[in-house]
Write a protein of this length. Sequence first.
Lengths: 114, 113
Amino acid sequence: GESVGLHLPTLSVQEGDNSIINCAYSNSASDYFIWYKQESGKGPQFIIDIRSNMDKRQGQRVTVLLNKTVKHLSLQIAATQPGDSAVYFCAEKGSRGGADGLTFGKGTHLIIQP
Amino acid sequence: NAGVMQNPRHLVRRRGQEARLRCSPMKGHSHVYWYRQLPEEGLKFMVYLQKENIIDESGMPKERFSAEFPKEGPSILRIQQVVRGDSAAYFCASSGQDYNEQFFGPGTRLTVL
């Protein structure tokens, strides 16, 4: 089964509100986590990453939180804009015995309501 | 500075034909990864290559699929005798010295009739 998964397939928020997208992983050996954004018909676009020795990392309007105790990862997007509408994937590295391929979750479709 | 390039963007093949997907990594990147994405699904790792070497092909089907990354030229993902189940979007990613960060190309959408 999947080692990385999402709690919700679709999330709808009002423009300007904050959004939180959640992700659970099962392998405690995972040491690197990434959030990607994928718009329709395009490849995944890197948003932000975090290593297992950190519990929080901030970017521009985005924050990633890592809770290793419960193996939970979240992406917070502040003041959402129409351009934030996309599918968001969490991905992790380290659960495949050291190989460098990423393991992706199934994605959450974020819909920004005007 | 061009990103990861993939071609063709769309490819239509009939059952039994061969599909060749090409990927040019970002300038200076020597690590290439191929992923497959089915509709409404996340990406699935297939193979990881460095120049002239396959590092990890554990996600690639043993039959009909092969990949290469020659010393010169793009990486090639080759699917022989395609079947309808091969229809998917195939994405290539590359990374450089900081090999954790992978940058993705726009993908090739393969349709098998």
